[in-house]
Design a protein around this ligand. Sequence first.
Ligand code: PRX
Length: 654
Amino acid sequence: MTEAKLEAWLEETRSFPPSAAFAKQANAQPSIYAEADADSVAWWRTQADRLVWHKEPTKTLEWDIPFAKWFSDGELNASVNCVDRHVDAGKGDKVAFHWVADAEGESRTITYADLQKLVAQASHALTELGVKKGDRVAVYMPMIPEAVVAMLAIVRLGAVHSVVFGGFSADALSSRILDSDCQFVVTADGAFRRGTAAPLKPAVDEALKSCPNVKAVLVVKRTGGDVEWTQGRDHWWHEIVAKQKTEHTPEYFPAEHTMFIMYTSGTTAKPKGIFHTTAGYLTQVATTHYYIFDVKAETDVCWTAADIGWITGHSYIVYGPLINGVTQIMYEGLPDSGGKDRWWKIIEQYKATILYTAPTTIRTLMKWGEEFPKSHDLSSLRLLGTVGEPINPEAWIWYRENIGAGKCPIVDTWWQTETGAIMATPLPGITATKPGAAMRAFPGISIDVVDNEGNSVGDGEGGYLVITKPWPSMTRGIYGDPERFKETYWSRFAGKYFAGDGAKRDDDGDIWLLGRVDDVMNISGHRLSTTEVEHALVGHPSVAEAAVVGASDDLTGQAIVAFVTLKLSADEQMKDQAPIIEELRVHVSKVISPIARPRQIILTPELPKTRSGKIMRRLLRDVAENRQLGDVTTLMDPTVVNMISGLMGSDDSE
Ligand code: PRX
């Protein structure tokens, strides 16, 4: 569709009605909303029957704002729910994962029975290393089956996993290990990316120099490269796990037992350890996965193209799909490992039926061109999903037409690390979808859009997204910091969860997400705070001051633009800037992650500040996006802004 055609179409039609054929067989029928609305707490209790309980709960919700307990007197084991139950039900031969390596031709098929044995062995091995109930275990892994096995074994023992994305630096890893006092780490020697082995273990070794409490490191051999070894601390997975018994008797834990921690960026420099507990989380990930992706356990092949190092991987690769007993694809590589049609080859080969990914990836695939998907048979696909950032209508339509053959419903799912599971989404077969809109709250979830005073806005108006009732998979807090939890999410509007996202209701009352309203940036669907990147920049010896903004970017949604004042003299500043700019980019990659590498760094002798000394980020955002500058009357020195605007062209951005 050309741009003009797209605009005309959006103007006229604006929505895609659900197909009658899909509606007939859909897991969710239109009555679901009324059923959930009638008594949402009771409705969630019914959904909790998707879990196998060691002891059925008699309580459903205890709500002491902002602290919720769901199903609190129930007892269960998360890994039994994901694995053993399916084997017990005679489905051990069903494929749990088709794992596809970065290199073409390398793959593994893991059935539920295989998974049960692997998890049993890993559980014994972790026990041998000293892991006990309640201990925190960091997982720093590539996308290999052992990552899932490790997570399931950790929760099987009642320990708590803290998965740190394998793309994070040693510094980022050590600060996360220290924050939740992890005493164990599971990692690999390295990871493959487009055929090249990238080491992981050296980052662990570096990180652990400042983490004296870590007692044991379990290392999967993936790339076979040379690794340094700390005797007594480091253990090879193939040596210690493979020798263990393949049966493991589980223990059962209370519903509110802490299951995992996931660090995510807030508005300060320090990432927050968002933690989730067991039964509420599992109930909502299983329920949302069942209805939103319309999964049929017997026939579907689900592919959540995300990394297990993020919440999407936790909820929709590991816990939701495994509870529902589906077959999945797990892919190690990049979208173009082995060629720009790699994804489509995988879909064709494994006959994927459901694909779930981020808008930024869709835009990249779109940029590569239609010829790549066209050269493969994608007719097995029957539902598509997106997550992580607002999707532009052009990408949505491209996804629908070129990947979904114009027939697959698209679910644009809004949620967060903190919400644990999907909160706003269309339901396939029920909701008429609009390109770019998350449409409405999932059944049993209460979402509102409010103005500055916390009053609901009318149709056709914008405001802030809030959640007005507790939900089962809500975070139970920030690890070790209940005050920060209250302050961040529950103080802006009394009794309501403040998500940090702008939203609007359109004339039909449907919800559109408009991006963050705080200092959190969304770079390719990854959350980063402006202060986190500023903190990294000022940590460089040459930097005096830094201000970071997220500027809109066609491919990555937002991109980082940094305005930096150096400690050097004005003369020195005017010298060749390229080397120091490159040095600063590398520095930020090293301190945080390559994701945080600024697209553009502008060196400026001064930053625009208000008379009270605050950096005016709003103005810098205008400058970064080449917009007409807003009100500058509160600036201490308005000429600074003009000077910075003049400097904008001076950095050859990537
Ligand atoms: O700004 C929203 C955006 O991603 C943020 C949450 O990021 P994270 O915790 O890393 O979780 C990402 C995966 C669930 C939200 O505050 N976001 C997520 N999904 C959407 C979205 N923005 C618009 N539309 C979405 N579907």
